[in-house]
Design a protein around this ligand. Structure first.
Ligand code: ZN
Length: 198
């Protein structure tokens, strides 16, 4: 991967305390594609997972909603992949509450990732996401093949491979100058259109 910037070496990684900054940052469209790189020492392999800022649900009213993404093992792809992340309605409502009560940490993070957009934009998006989430039936899918049997994997530290039990180590994470992947999905996560590099 070219143009990789290691997020752990930047001041941004620590400024926001315990807040899940990488997930939020991976929604931005200006810093390249978020990635996590995994090393499997026993089989001497390296695998990478790439986020995309240009994956959207096409809602019944024609509006688009950005797809939240997480790293996962997909037994159909037989690889670590990017998969849907389905936030709970409660966590989305909590985020709205934090904005409405003027939580300083929440506002600081928004200021950092928003490119100057008003907080009301984020609240409106959260309301659209709650509406979508309430009607969503399927569990999260692999965004490459649509499989529903994914196993989420950590994005920091070490863990055992969900299928083989082999040790897996997260070796780096950050942003990469990778070719963009544009795609649209149904509200149930079925792929409708595809363009660019998945
Ligand atoms: Zn898959």
């Amino acid at each position: 991967m070219g143009g990789v910037s290691d997020q752990r070496n930047s001041s941004q990684a620590t400024e926001n305390g315990d807040y899940p900054v990488p997930e939020r940052l991976r929604e931005t469209k200006s810093m390249g594609r978020g990635f996590v790189e995994y090393h499997l020492p026993e089989s001497k392999r390296t695998e990478g997972v790439l986020w995309s800022a240009f994956l959207d649900y096409r809602l019944p009213n024609g509006a688009k909603l950005h797809i939240l993404q997480q790293a996962a093992w997909c037994p159909v792809c037989r690889a670590f992949v990017i998969a849907e992340e389905l936030p709970s309605v409660e966590s989305l409502e909590e985020e709205i509450r934090l904005f409405q009560t003027g939580d300083p940490n929440q506002l600081r993070i928004w200021e950092f990732v928003s490119n100057g957009a008003p907080v009301e934009d984020r609240i409106a998006e959260l309301r659209r996401r709650i509406e979508w989430r309430r009607s969503r039936i399927s569990p999260p899918r692999c965004l490459h093949c649509g499989n529903l049997e994914i196993v989420p994997i950590p994005e920091i530290g070490e863990f055992r491979h969900p299928q083989t039990g082999e040790r897996v180590i997260v070796t780096s994470s950050g942003f990469a100058d990778a070719a963009p992947w544009f795609a649209e999905f149904s509200p149930e996560g079925e792929q409708l259109t595809d363009q660019g590099a998945s």
